[in-house]
Design a protein around this ligand. Structure first.
Ligand SMILES: [Zn+2]
Ligand SMILES: [Zn+2]
Length: 339
């Protein structure tokens, strides 16, 4: 007997051929299924936990949770032998099988969006921490750990999770916290360069890249690259010295810092390269920040009152409302006025 719908293929169930049954059941996918594969072993992560073995075994079950069918009398299975992970296209292709009345017929081939990541699994990280081509050393200018390191790490975490998905050597080997900062070990040299550039573009910092022969492989010499990134973590009010004169740090931006010359009270912008050419030095000295209220102004001079001790003093310029100033050796340098 031929199928009652198409009259083309032989009927297998309820008078329908497999194709027509599968159209009738109307299977659709919901959501997406993300997978992380360990490039060094057969571990994979679906959801939050790592498993070992064939990723298809874990995936077929997971994919079934993401299928919706119109006909509740049928069971839809995902075939393990035909699951294809398409990293570049960010999707998983698979075949379904429809089971009803003890008969199974092939269902449609389907796709679901999927972020497929390559990342070393915790076991491999522990055993080896081994393979890496590049290290990013996040540091500040002092030897102490600073919160800015955590901020930078949080800001690049998305990039670390989404390294170039077309290359099998593009992965995070490990991230370790050391006394002075954080070391990020990467499988691929160019990822190190890309991330280092990103950090340098977004934080006032100095980068130094060094390479070291790490061994010999089939393709010739193997090098390891160390990207040292030193991030300026001075506080507003920090005293910087330049050719014997003091400058007071007002603010740090990604590419420039603004300093105040306490003698002329001029603002000066210094770009990264200029700052790191060796002519600027700094210590722990920080000018105290004081809060004032402008009482009156006249002839380009303003009388201020200290909010804490009610002392009054006069500064250059016309200011209104609440004002903040650095106290550098008794001289008040206004850096923020809100009127
Ligand atoms: Zn048919
Ligand atoms: Zn592994």
């Amino acid at each position: 007997m031929n199928c009652i719908v198409c009259d083309k293929n032989p009927a297998v169930i309820r008078g329908l051929c497999g194709e027509c049954l599968s159209n009738h059941v109307q299977i659709t996918t919901v959501g997406s299924v993300d997978v992380t594969l360990c490039p060094k072993c057969d571990s994979y992560k679906i959801g939050n936990s790592w498993s070992r073995g064939k990723v298809e075994d874990g995936l077929s079950r997971k994919l079934e949770e993401h299928l919706v069918r119109k006909d509740p009398k049928v069971t839809v299975r995902v075939r393990k032998d035909n699951i294809i992970l398409r990293r570049l296209d960010s999707r998983i292709d698979f075949h379904t099988e429809i089971q009803t009345d003890n008969v199974s017929v092939p269902g449609r081939s389907m796709s679901i969006p999927s972020k497929i990541l390559l990342n070393s699994c915790p076991t491999c990280n522990k055993i080896s921490g081994s393979y890496y081509e590049s290290i990013i050393q996040l540091r500040t200018y002092t030897t102490d750990y600073s919160k800015i390191i955590d901020t930078v790490l949080a800001n690049i975490s998305n990039m670390l999770d989404n390294l170039d998905s077309s290359a099998s050597d593009s992965f995070v080997s490990k991230i370790t916290r050391v006394k002075e900062g954080v070391d990020i070990y990467l499988g691929k040299k160019t990822d190190g360069i890309k991330l280092t550039k990103y950090i340098h573009d977004h934080y006032f910092s100095e980068t130094t890249i060094t390479k070291k022969l790490a061994g010999r492989g089939d393709g010739g010499d193997l090098y390891r690259y160390t990207n040292l990134v030193r991030i300026l973590n001075l506080k507003p009010g920090s005293v910087i010295s330049h050719k014997g004169s003091a400058l007071i740090l007002q603010k740090i931006n990604a590419n420039t810092i603004t300093v105040i010359d306490p003698i002329t009270e001029r603002r000066i912008d210094i770009v990264q390269n200029e700052f790191y050419n060796g002519q600027y030095t700094f210590s722990d000295e920080v000018s105290e920040i004081r809060d004032f209220i402008a009482v009156s102004s006249d002839n380009n001079e303003t009388q201020l009152m200290d909010k804490k001790n009610f002392q009054t003093l006069t500064v250059k310029g016309t200011h209104h409302g609440e004002i903040k100033g650095f106290d550098y050796k008794g001289k008040i340098l206004i850096f923020q006025s809100v009127s």
